[in-house]
Design a protein. Structure first.
Length: 498
């Protein structure tokens, strides 16, 4: 090999290594910036709330114990004061956390935040009042009322200050959300121009993805990252936090592909209202630069709602198992003596995020033979035993699944879990099917309280998906309670399929 060729290879390797090093450094900086963007608003909220809690605690302590207004003046030792402040801080942090007041919501309305603060502090103050009521016969009602007003004033004041601070940080691009726009060159150009004017929104457009070949003049004025067919690679490479979908000419299949790609990467999606009719998902309406957009968010429930739902699952399951234990033992004995085989039946099912688990049921069928293939139960299925027909009609066969709920594999209410082979089959037919796997499957659900006797076919699965997505879109404790009440009525009517 000639010396000139060796030098050329060495030079190319050097350039390649530098490019690789530069890319690695860029990726690290991007990750750090993304983490910083998410952390900044939450840190500011924590600091502002700490100041409000500390000031209100100090003023209240002075008014009640040292001012002499409520009786004899009492001096507070420093260690007792610090312990009291710490207890108050932990107390309010629990309420604020479960209310979802520490979410990084760039576009949350200040009025929505105001009303949430008033509701949470009212609840927290009411609980505190009853705690004081149990410890003394003469609770300081006026002092607690003063505290409620003072605390809310300080909370709102300091939250207003941090909102202005966040607005300034977004304006200076210290915190921002990487955004990609999907559409034609005209849409990308207009929205990109609007984002650059409205810096306080915190949306940093890094480029656009074209939905079709476009050689217009506007396409030369914007940063084109690629075409729609290569969206997965583009999202992996640039790791945006928001994707704006601004093309109403995409077909349904392509739309669902885009949404699923964003769900997998925890990317928030904003879409034009004209596109909304083909989606069923968690949505919020926003007005962005005078253009109305709907948002599809990966967050299905607020933090406090998720926690309340889980607590409801645990408490309700425990009550059903403990109170009904003598009856469940009787059911088990009848199954045992009626036909050979185990009392319980378990089967692999697909749960939240595609995790496979074993579901428990009271056995309602004759034990399967080795050559038998697992299929959906048909109306009048000959495999069902006499007692099995009764427990299926009354849904008593589902009772052991409350153990799955206690373990955390299932919820009381949610989409029905399916066998892995059916999930694979349905996912191939319905690309958006896997969206129902974003929540814990349920013992009962919106579809379960509505369905009629059915056979396995695509129409049945599509109708089931509509009900499952409707539930996911409207998930709440109130909706869960409604479904549980409807389920009790279904049990009394013998609504199950057998």
């Amino acid at each position: 090999m000639k010396i000139s060729e060796q030098n050329k290879i060495i030079t190319n390797l050097s350039i390649s290594n530098k490019a690789s090093s530069k890319k690695s450094t860029s990726d690290k900086r991007g990750t750090r910036k993304r983490l910083r963007n998410k952390a900044w608003p939450i840190i500011l909220q924590l600091v502002s709330d700490f100041i409000a809690i500390a000031l209100s605690f100090y003023i209240q302590s002075f008014v009640i114990l040292q001012s002499g207004f409520f009786g004899k003046s009492i001096e507070i030792e420093l260690n007792i004061y610090i312990f009291g402040l710490f207890a108050f801080y932990c107390y309010w942090m629990i309420f604020f956390y479960f209310a979802g007041l520490y979410k990084n919501w760039y576009e949350r309305s200040p009025f929505a935040e105001l009303f949430m603060l008033l509701k949470v502090t009212f609840l927290g103050t009411a609980v505190f009042y009853f705690l004081v009521l149990f410890s003394t016969n003469q609770p300081p009602r006026l002092a607690i009322l003063i505290y409620y007003g003072l605390f809310n004033f300080l909370l709102i004041f300091f939250r207003f200050i941090i909102r202005r601070t966040q607005r300034y940080l977004r304006y200076k691009r210290i915190i921002s959300m990487k955004t990609i726009i999907v559409g034609n060159s005209h849409k990308i150009y207009i929205l990109n121009k609007s984002m650059r004017k409205a810096l306080t929104w915190g949306l940093d457009c890094i480029g656009g993805i074209l939905t079709f070949d476009d050689k217009s003049e506007e396409s030369k004025k914007i940063n084109i990252l690629g075409k729609i067919d290569d969206i997965n690679n583009i999202l992996d490479k640039y790791q945006p936090e928001v994707l704006v979908l601004a093309d109403n000419k995409l077909n349904n299949q392509k739309m669902f592909d885009i949404v699923n790609a964003c769900y997998d990467r925890n990317i928030r999606i904003k879409i034009e209202p004209s596109l909304y009719n083909i989606f069923t998902g968690q949505t919020k309406a926003h007005n962005m630069y005078g253009i109305p957009f709907y948002e599809i968010s990966p967050m299905l429930m607020k933090s406090w709602e998720e926690s309340a739902k889980r607590i409801f699952d645990i408490v309700f399951s425990t009550i059903v198992i403990v109170i009904g234990l003598p009856f469940w033992i009787l059911v088990a004995l009848i199954i045992y003596f009626e036909s050979p085989g185990g009392v319980f039946y378990n089967q692999p099912r697909v749960g939240k995020n595609g995790v496979v688990f074993k579901i428990f049921k009271f056995r309602s069928m004759k034990p399967p033979k080795e050559k038998d293939v697992q299929n959906w139960t048909k109306v009048g299925d000959l495999r069902i035993t006499k007692f099995g027909r009764f427990i299926r009609k009354t849904h008593i066969d589902e009772i052991p699944q409350f153990v799955n709920v206690l373990i955390g594999e299932m919820s009381i209410v949610g989409p029905r879990p399916e066998q892995p082979k059916f999930v694979k089959q349905f996912s191939e037919t319905f690309p958006y099917y896997n969206r129902r796997l974003r929540v814990r499957p349920g013992i009962t659900g919106w579809w379960q309280v509505k369905y009629q006797a059915h056979e396995l076919n695509n129409e049945e699965i599509e109708n089931r998906l509509k009900d499952d997505f409707y539930y996911i879109e409207n998930m709440s404790i109130q909706f869960d309670i409604e479904i549980v009440v409807r389920t009790v009525w279904c049990v009394l009517k013998g609504h199950g399929q057998a």
